[in-house]
Ligand binder design. Structure first.
Ligand SMILES: [Zn+2]
Length: 203
């Protein structure tokens, strides 16, 4: 198993997986903190959006559509992240428990067409403040070194894509040397890891 230790830092107010509870807050924050499935889901969406040229992504969430696109075998993204019927994915995520300080943010929904506020569209959201950090470990369990590369590419992609409802995160990998001891790092992997070793937008 290869462990990839990652620190995430929110660049904007972050809302992850609002619950279903209806109360004074229209969009409540997930009571359980940062769910590992949200981290995994965000990585999957990001790498499906920015798939490196030598990998494949079906970019489907509908199992029927997925099956038809997988007619000649599952795509690389599904092999790494798992898909209905396959059972296994190549890694699991652990999120370190943190004290979540939640803030209330009042937002206005904007209409796409007119770019004006929708009538009666004021709503309140629970968010984490920009700059909030949390740690997660990605535990890679497959033998395929190519898919491990794709996992690291998904981290690169997530720095350019959204996390949660509409947040942005920066991230860095804190154990690149340890990773290159657990697996053989070729030049490509070293380049990706070197880019991941620091926050993209500085400390
Ligand atoms: Zn697929």
């Amino acid at each position: 198993m290869i462990k990839v230790e990652v620190i995430f830092k929110s660049l904007s107010a972050l809302t992850i997986a609002g619950g279903s509870k209806v109360g004074a807050v229209d969009v409540p924050f997930n009571e359980l903190g940062i769910p590992p499935s949200s981290v995994k889901g965000a990585l999957r969406t990001a790498v499906s959006r920015y798939t490196p040229s030598n990998f494949t992504a079906c970019s489907e969430v509908n199992p029927d559509m997925m099956r038809s696109k997988h007619a000649s075998g599952p795509c690389d993204v599904c092999k790494l992240f798992g898909y209905p019927g396959s059972g296994e994915s190549c890694f699991y995520v652990e999120v370190e428990g943190v004290q979540l300080e939640k803030y209330l943010l009042t937002r206005v929904a904007i209409e796409d067409k007119t770019q004006k506020a929708k009538e009666g569209s004021l709503f309140t959201q629970e968010v984490l403040r920009p700059g909030f950090q949390f740690k997660a470990t990605l535990n890679y369990t497959c033998e395929d070194p190519r898919l491990f590369k794709l996992l690291l590419y998904s981290l690169l992609s997530l720095r350019l894509w959204r996390f949660g409802r509409n947040g942005m995160v920066d991230l860095k990998v804190t154990n690149p040397e340890q990773i290159c001891k657990s697996t053989s790092c070729d030049n490509e992997l070293k380049t990706v890891l070197s880019s991941l070793s620091n926050f993209l937008w500085g400390d």
